[in-house]
Design a protein around this ligand. Structure first.
Ligand code: NAD
Ligand code: UDP
Length: 343
């Protein structure tokens, strides 16, 4: 058994097994994080009873405030590196637990690696005990600094196995191995999404990733910190589009035999992103250049043909629409202006 767990809310009587849920019980590891909290919200809307499990490393309790009012929602404070409670009963598992921002995942690289490997093993064993379907939040980082562009799922990647990003990239690659080995060995139903850069409401102002950094800097009137020349590219997906992709992948009638790319194929240089943010916020901020981090990928753009053809999924929210929602969110959060309506 793992160490004792702190359950944030279980007391509302019928909130455990008997709660009104017509879809069963879903566990979201990493449920207090940026994407995890959106996923919990969506699953509750879809009729699930939801258990979030989080160590609050980068996730925040206040991301769950609204959800904790729902009797079908429970949150357990737990680190997935530690053994999970043996009596946990679930029908579906989503594994989103892992710091995703480079400064956060590099702060304790060994724990990041353990989170992806030991944490995935613990959740896979839980899935096995419960005969539950299990979803893994993998990443476009498995392609490393890609030599094939755009990146299809069949590309094996170009990853440095011993650099400062490796704890994340290699951890996520190892997790993919484990997921498909559990599928081949035990017939477990696994669904693996390779997520490309996603942004939106509920990112932390100090998250450290580029979209939140630029918006917060622009709102404060600070210089926007472009790392390197800014000619490197990324493809930015808005969170709501991504969550729809998660749900479609998890509910596809048969499990794809490989990971599936989920992201927005519209590709921008980081300089273009900085310029758009300054224009959109009407900020007086200037662009300054800072050193490029080691092994920073030069280009990234998903080939989403598989998701389009097999899940009927593609992103609908453009970068300018997504920046508008995200800027309104940070504006309300940082300056206590009237809260923006949650989309
Ligand atoms: P996030 O940092 O906001 O969320 C991660 C959550 O996991 C946090 O709530 C954190 O406290 C929790 N967590 C971390 N380690 C844990 C552990 N050992 N045990 C329990 N909980 C733990 O990041 P996010 O952007 O919401 O990312 C969610 C998932 O999606 C991550 O697995 C990430 O690797 C993956 N992903 C995200 C993106 C993106 O652009 N947002 C891209 C690729 C992959
Ligand atoms: N980046 C930047 N300024 C910042 C933060 C990030 O120029 O303040 C760059 C970073 O070097 C990378 C890109 O933006 O080229 C995306 O970085 P992020 O950390 O958001 O995601 P990842 O590198 O994991 O794709």
């Amino acid at each position: 058994m793992g160490r004792s767990v702190n359950v944030l809310k279980l007391e509302s009587g019928n909130s455990r097994r008997g709660a009104k849920s017509n879809r069963g019980r879903a566990l979201v590891a990493g449920g207090a994080g940026f994407l995890g909290s959106h996923l919990c919200e969506r699953l509750l809307l879809d009729g699930y009873e939801v258990v979030a499990l989080d160590n609050f490393h980068t996730g925040k309790r206040y991301n769950l405030n609204a959800l904790l009012r729902d009797p079908r929602f429970t949150c357990i404070e737990h680190d997935i590196v530690d053994a999970l409670p043996l009596d946990l009963q679930v029908d579906e598992i989503y594994n989103l637990a892992c710091p995703a921002s480079p400064p956060h995942y590099q702060a304790d690289p060994i724990h990041t690696f353990k989170t992806s490997v030991l944490g995935s093993l613990n959740l896979l064993e839980l899935a096995r005990r419960n005969n539950a379907k299990i979803f893994q939040a993998s990443t476009s980082e498995v392609y490393g600094d890609p030599l094939v562009h755009p990146q299809p799922e069949g590309y094996f990647g170009n990853v440095n196995p011993h650099g400062p990003r490796s704890c994340y990239d290699e951890g996520k690659r190892s997790a993919e191995t484990l997921f498909f080995d559990y599928s081949r060995t035990y017939g477990l139903d696994v669904r693996v999404a390779r997520i490309f850069n996603t942004y939106g409401r509920r990112m932390q102002p100090d998250d450290g990733r580029v979209v939140s950094n630029f918006i917060v800097q622009a709102l404060h009137g600070d210089d926007l910190t472009v790392y390197g020349s800014g000619q490197q590219t990324r493809s930015f997906c808005y969170a709501d589009d991504l969550i729809e992709g998660f749900i479609r992948l998890m509910n596809a009638p048969s499990a794809p035999k490989h990971p599936v790319n989920l992201g927005n194929p519209a590709e921008f240089t980081i300089l273009e992103l900085a310029t758009q943010v300054i224009e959109y916020t009407n900020s007086r901020s200037k662009i300054v250049h800072r050193p490029l981090p080691v092994d920073d990928p030069k280009q990234r753009k998903p080939d989403i043909s598989f998701a389009r053809n097999n899940l009927g999924w593609e992103p609908k929210i453009s970068l300018s629409q997504g920046l508008a929602h995200t800027t309104a969110y940070f504006d309300a959060l940082l300056y206590a202006r009237p809260p923006v309506k949650e989309a």
